[in-house]
Design a protein around this ligand. Structure first.
Ligand code: HEM
Length: 419
């Protein structure tokens, strides 16, 4: 059976995440797979074969994707049974239950993903593996993303790309925030993962990655002409590129060097894990799946909500301007910890809800998002430069929640440079 989490107190960020993992995050209790659902659990199994999937999807296309959960919660309680995407499912809208599952050890619950997704992931992908090997890889990647070294590199790279992009913003045409942030965040991610700089290879990677992710929500049929087939071909091309980078690193002696500059180095340098080049390259592409869309959508939604809430914008701007002026007076450049030092920008009040069981935008337990620090840093840098250097008027746009969260018109805004 499958478990789906949902919490009423989750913010739009979590719905981004839920949808980042393509609508649903299943927790699959292996021992009970063959057992029937608990008999006293209320809920409906819907139609034969399709169950309640169509209702789930159609709610996803509306302005209120949570309607599916809310309707059933009122009828059956916070935890109810259903039948979704071909499996009997327990849906949890109870934050405490969801938290217990997230915090449980890997023997009780393991995540699983729709077949189209697993077809595209390598067998040793961090998203698919479990147990001690998962803990090892998760730990290596998570600690690197937390390191001051990586934060300093990301800050300088992100700022360079952002300022270059902003310099081309023109007052007489709309700027599509969703496209701009996607372009920047992809390059920051590729640099952090495989050390790639902008250029022809980066362009190739971007094009192939878009083809690759188009298959994540496709029918799991691998025949010439199908989307899954095209996506697998795209992945092959990306793997070839990453393998070339790994071989160059081996020739340059990265494996013996002290300082890992990117995630590939971290995995190459780890002697105990003895990871093959194929496993590393596969994981680099698979790491882009949760990393590629989430951060730009966070930035885009931040612009949307700030445009809709002048009071919040004012407070955010004041705080960031104060920091900017202080640093200018001192003649110091902004460092990564400056960007993360502002209580309102960091929503410190809300973040203390990190201690609130209802707020788990980055998941929890063994599967806690290793990209958490990277995401917050990138969003903070973007917001700082955006609100201190521009005024803007946003065109009307709406949020689409399915199959992934995005803005219908790519969030067009008209900007004016602040003097
Ligand atoms: C706003 C940005 C982001 C949000 C809200 C977010 C959220 C999440 C959540 C909720 C999970 C847990 C899923 C689960 O329980 O299985 C997760 C896992 C993951 N995230 Fe993020 N994420 C973000 C950005 C990133 C970035 C930039 C990366 C960088 C590569 C990343 C890499 C990962 C990976 C590899 C996992 C799987 C961890 C595992 O299964 O061990 N995420 N993320």
């Amino acid at each position: 059976m499958e478990f789906i989490f949902y919490s009423t107190t989750l913010t739009i960020i979590l719905s981004t995440v839920v949808l980042l993992f393509f609508t649903i995050f299943f927790i699959n209790n292996r021992q009970s797979l063959r057992r029937s659902l608990p008999p006293n659990l209320l809920g409906s199994m819907g139609w034969p074969i399709i169950g309640e999937t169509l209702d789930f999807i159609s709610c996803g296309y509306t302005d209120h994707p949570q309607t599916f959960m809310e309707k059933r919660r009122l009828l059956y309680g916070k935890v109810f049974k259903s039948h979704l995407f071909g499996s009997p499912t327990i849906v949890s809208t109870d934050a405490k239950v969801s938290r217990i599952i997230l915090q449980s050890d890997a023997n009780s619950f393991v995540p699983s993903y729709p077949k189209s997704l697993t077809e595209l992931m390598g067998e040793a992908s961090i998203l698919r593996i479990n147990g001690s090997f998962h803990r090892k890889i998760h730990g290596l990647i998570g600690s690197f993303f937390k390191s001051p070294y990586l934060k300093a590199c990301v800050t300088s790279n992100m700022r360079k790309l952002l300022l270059r992009s902003m310099a081309a913003w023109n007052e007489d045409r709309p700027i599509y925030i969703q496209d701009e942030t996607k372009h920047i965040a992809f390059q920051v991610l590729a640099k952090a993962l495989i050390g790639l700089d902008p250029g022809e290879e980066m362009d190739l990677l971007m094009v192939q990655f878009q083809e690759f992710i188009a298959g994540l929500m496709s029918l799991p049929i691998n025949l010439p002409g199908t989307q899954l087939h095209k996506s697998l071909q795209a992945k092959k091309k990306m793997i070839k590129l990453v393998l070339r980078i790994i071989r160059d690193k081996r020739i340059d002696g990265v494996a013996c060097s002290q300082h890992s500059k990117d995630v590939t180095d971290v995995l190459l340098n780890d002697q105990s894990a003895k990871l093959t080049d194929e496993l590393i390259s596969d994981n680099m592409i698979d790491l882009m799946i949760p990393g590629e869309d989430s951060v730009p959508i966070l930035m885009t939604l931040a612009v949307k909500y700030l445009s809709d809430c002048p009071k919040a914008l004012h407070q955010l701007k004041e705080e960031n301007l104060k920091l900017k002026r202080r640093k200018e007076e001192l003649g110091d450049p902004l460092c990564w910890d400056d960007y993360l030092s502002l209580p309102f920008t960091q929503s410190d009040k809300d973040m203390n809800s990190f201690n609130n069981i209802g707020f788990t935008p980055f998941g929890g337990g063994l599967r806690l998002c290793p990209g958490l620090d990277l995401a917050r840093l990138e969003a903070s840098i973007f917001l700082h430069h955006f609100v201190t250097e521009f005024r803007w008027v946003a065109e009307k746009d709406t949020i689409i929640n399915f199959p992934t969260v995005r803005m219908k018109n790519r969030m067009p805004i008209w900007v004016k440079k602040e003097h």
